[in-house]
Design a protein around this ligand. Sequence first.
Ligand code: CTP
Ligand code: MG
Length: 389
Amino acid sequence: MQFSALLVAAGRGLRAGGGTPKQYRMLAGVSVLRRAVACFLGHPGLCRLAVVINPDDRAFYDTAIAGLSEARLAPPVTGGATRAASVHRGLEALARLEPAERPVLIHDSARPFLRRPVIDGVLHALGSAEGAFPALPVVDALWATRDGHADEPRRRDGLFRAQTPQGFRLDAILEAHRRHGLAADDDVAIARAAGLSVAIAPGCEQNFKITTAADFARAEAALEASMETRTGTGFDVHKFGPGNHVMLGGLAIPHDRGFVAHSDGDVLLHALTDAVFGALAEGDIGQWFPPSDPQWKDATSDIFLDHAVTRMAARGGRLVHADCTVICERPKIGPYADTMRSRIAQIMRTQTGRVSVKATTSEKLGFTGRGEGIAAMATVTLSMPAEAA
Ligand code: CTP
Ligand code: MG
């Protein structure tokens, strides 16, 4: 089923505290808003996504969606003083872009762990009602209180905790907001005030709303539990030619030869770059930086490694460990190994303790043994969000 989506992100996040509104804060390197946006853009039925923001947050918003060049993402809409006002403004903007009969799913940007089954459950329930929302039955005992003490028990049977996305036909929910949209915690309340029938779809505990500071800790823990470990390997060789130094691990090391290479020939950084691309399953250095492309002629190889690490970070990954071996008779690597580790750690934006540089000769055997060139191998271990696979 085709649908559009409205993501409300104009709140101030007062209960969560902290300087930056919660939807722009980072969770394992990816902002809450970007995660919510990605949930929708990943759904093949999505035709259009509009995000409602506070105009003061425009720079935060631009950073949060940087690099998502998506025709389905509409320009941001300015929100209002309440959630209902923000939804209303977003719906008015969507109605100028989308057909009146198309379903719209309205979602809190503060729920970054929305997954496809919840979206599909809401869309399915819309087949038999004018509205639908994910919800979970209340399982705890409920008490009305007086002066901080238990007063009357309340029956929990038939009570549900509402989540988002809440789905309706675009024209129906827009009309409901125009007439009844003043004060309501969610859009189901507004739909019911307008007399629409609203069905319950399966909710999901992971689809919780980040509301308080403690919810950030919960979100971090949930993400940590969903990380998987990936390993990548890289290998590279360069031939010696005339020169007075070689680039290795981002350092210029004095030698009586240089490298014959298109870039600076830093085999160690090339092997590391390939190892990161390998762990990401995103091709190899030659595909990202073709030697046939003149812009990479004489390029310094830290650019390549930086790019691979940027790809990793954009997918919410982090480097756990990198281990490298340089294979050559000369120059001697040992005296430079620790400086190389620091330089590599700097390029990979990690601590030196996560980077190892070793060296070996090949017992005067083969091309490295004959001193015709240098080889390097690298293995990296990454921690990546499992859903990014
Ligand atoms: N929201 C909005 N416009 C508002 C108020 C809220 O778009 N004027 C959005 C929030 O950005 C959030 C969602 O509605 O994604 C749910 O609201 P809530 O959890 O209450 O977020 P905040 O209002 O930002 O937080 P708080 O109430 O703690 O200030
Ligand atoms: Mg609020």
